[in-house]
Design a protein around this ligand. Sequence first.
Ligand SMILES: O=C(O)CCC(=O)C(=O)O
Ligand SMILES: [Fe+2]
Length: 183
Amino acid sequence: MIAVHTDPLAFSATECIEILGLVASAPTQDAGLVRQQRDHNLRRADLVWLDDVPGADWVMGRIIEVVRRANASVFMFDINAFEESPQVACYDAAREGHFDWHSDIGAGPLAARRKLTMVVQLSDPSTYSGGELQLMPGAGIIPARSEQGAATVFPGFVLHRVTPVTSGMRYSLTVWAHGPAFR
Ligand SMILES: O=C(O)CCC(=O)C(=O)O
Ligand SMILES: [Fe+2]
């Protein structure tokens, strides 16, 4: 099975800039983990839930299209819903923004139903350093593509992390697709 799929043109640079503009005026909340635990050693990022952002409906439409395409061509998982709001995270060098190794499938009622994760790179990679999304589907580490608008899609059980941002700010959009348990 291919464990990590990239759609390099999921969003255009212009669209990413538009999303960042919408999010800039929305209130943030300190990023929690699955089940709302907060462990700053594991994750440091500010979060905006896209469902709370006026004018962002079109983003969900695109997300559904990109995830459906990736699932139909690569994963063929049984997926039936997007049950959590997409989130935009900001990892800031001033806070050593990062997210240590984790998988996205958790014990909560929603997190337990996560099947696919999609992460979209919203920032121009020339505007920050560090902040690399890395995946470990097997023994080795696979770096995600970092181009603005590129989407990385992977099963929610795959270990991944974001290395500390050392300069600038990195914004990402994360969404989960849900369905019945793997079997
Ligand atoms: O920001 C990223 O690249 C990854 C975010 C992530 O892993 C998560 O929200 O679970
Ligand atoms: Fe994650």
